[in-house]
Design a protein around this ligand. Structure first.
Ligand code: PMP
Length: 438
């Protein structure tokens, strides 16, 4: 274990100020492993004790070009200096950003902004309920849609035995989540058309929306099949329910038009965040004009707003990021780098005879050790996630940052194209050797 005296001191102080000593519970990796970042640039972060990491975690996805990308930072600085940050009134940038989104995402006719993915999902679901007059929402096991009560239920796959013939129990993410928030939630397993038929046969008249990450950015990038996406579209159309595609992780990352471009299947409402702002906090939801226009002060109009919504820091970042993604070959380069890195890792795994499967697109790929290509969250349970976690911890020690949980994909940004790939092969080699010995 490398000594981290500065981190230890900072964490000790932080423990006196914050529960768990962190600002977001998922940043607590135990007193021995919690990371304190001092600076960041390109594809690297440097911790408070001077260790630099090549980062494949990228703040859970927002960094698409690279940390401190001057194209974005200069646009934001100029906007702050020449316009300001926010007044709580409209600006011309509202429409300018939406025009950019529309030029890449044909399913967007009207849009509203939000400050986080959580808020964007909440806005989309409220709009869907307001538009359809229905209550229920169907989500997919292993998907994640933010930290508000109704989305804080998940299948307890950790304590579920795949041999048992049962289905995993749905549990809350923890305390403080009222049972009532689950009343209108239905959960299905990905790529299981029968499960969808069953839910719609039972409560189809009252389903406002299906909410899905077509490529599960929170479950090893396990992807919907083309047929399943078509099934989702069809079953929503048949029942007057809306299809909400949550592109918080995939949007402006897996393709200019997000996952929907890859499938050629389009949502009624879409949520965006993360890559939209290269690290600046911006989010949005949008879709068909007739649905979005339900947001109004009219009778039964849907309420939406927020003090910081469409502030100019967020919008100037989004404008510069989206322009760059649309008008340069950044995403092609990111995909090529992602492919190359998978090739390097495959070579290492093969060398040690470690069976592995990659999932998802090259810009955010998942690694599943074992022979199963997971089709859903339950399959993920049968992969060797313990070996992966051991491998990941060994990589982190040597300066490759990633989430040690195999449910989090490897995120690639444009700046990774200049990293030292030979070094990566070497450290991956060492990390796997150590993992297999332990
Ligand atoms: N939807 C998806 C698909 C996400 O991955 C996340 C966050 N990881 C959210 C929603 C919530 O976003 P935020 O953390 O910005 O609230």
């Amino acid at each position: 274990m490398t000594a981290k005296p500065n981190r230890d001191a900072l964490l000790a102080t932080a423990h006196t100020h914050m529960p768990m000593g962190v600002a977001d519970s998922y940043r607590y990796w135990g007193d021995e492993n919690t990371v304190f970042v001092k600076s960041m640039k390109g594809c690297t972060i440097t911790d408070e004790d001077g260790q630099t990491f090549v980062d494949f975690r990228l703040a859970y996805g927002p960094i698409i070009l690279g940390y401190r990308d001057e194209r974005i930072d200069n646009a934001v600085i100029s906007s702050i200096q020449n316009i300001g940050t926010m007044t709580g009134f409209s600006t011309r940038m509202d429409s300018e950003v939406i025009e950019l989104v529309k030029s890449m995402c044909p399913q967007i006719e009207k849009m509203r902004f939000a400050n986080s993915g959580t808020e964007a999902v909440l806005g989309a679901i409220r709009t869907a309920r307001g538009y359809t007059g229905k209550n229920k929402v169907v989500v997919v096991e292993g998907g994640f849609h933010g930290l508000y009560d109704e989305m804080m239920w998940k299948p307890d796959v950790d304590s579920w035995d795949p041999e048992s013939g049962t289905i995993p129990e749905i549990k809350s993410f923890g305390g403080g989540i009222p049972e009532a928030s689950r009343e209108h939630l239905e959960t299905v397993s990905l790529n299981d058309a029968d499960a969808l038929d069953e839910v719609f046969a039972r409560v189809g008249d009252d389903i406002a929306a299906i909410v899905i990450e077509p490529i599960m950015g929170n479950c090893g990038s396990i992807a919907s099949t083309q047929e399943y996406m078509q099934k989702l579209r069809d079953i929503c159309d048949q029942h007057g329910s809306l299809l909400i595609i949550d592109e918080v992780k995939t949007g402006f990352r897996v393709a200019k038009g997000g996952a929907q471009e890859l499938y050629g299947i389009y949502a009624d409402l879409t949520t965006y965040a993360k890559a939209m702002g290269n690290g600046y906090p911006v989010a949005a939801f949008g879709g068909k004009a007739a649905i979005m226009d339900k947001i109004s002060f009219g009778k039964d109009g849907v309420t939406h707003g927020g003090t910081y919504t469409a502030n100019l820091i967020a919008l100037s970042a989004a404008k510069a990021t989206l322009t760059t993604l649309r008008d340069t070959d950044a995403l092609d380069s990111i995909n090529a780098t992602g492919k190359k890195i998978q090739g390097i890792l495959a070579k290492v795994f093969d060398k040690f005879g470690v069976e592995h499967r990659f999932a998802g697109p090259d810009s955010m790929f998942g690694i599943h050790l074992g022979t199963i290509v997971p089709q859903n969250y339950r399959d993920w349970k049968q992969t060797n996630s313990d070996l992966y976690t051991e491998f990941a911890h060994n990589l982190i020690k040597q300066g490759v940052m990633l989430e040690p949980d195999s449910r989090e994909p490897w995120f690639i940004c444009e700046a990774h194209k200049n990293m030292d790939f030979d070094w990566l092969e070497q450290v991956a080699n060492d990390a796997m050797q150590q993992a297999l010995q332990s």
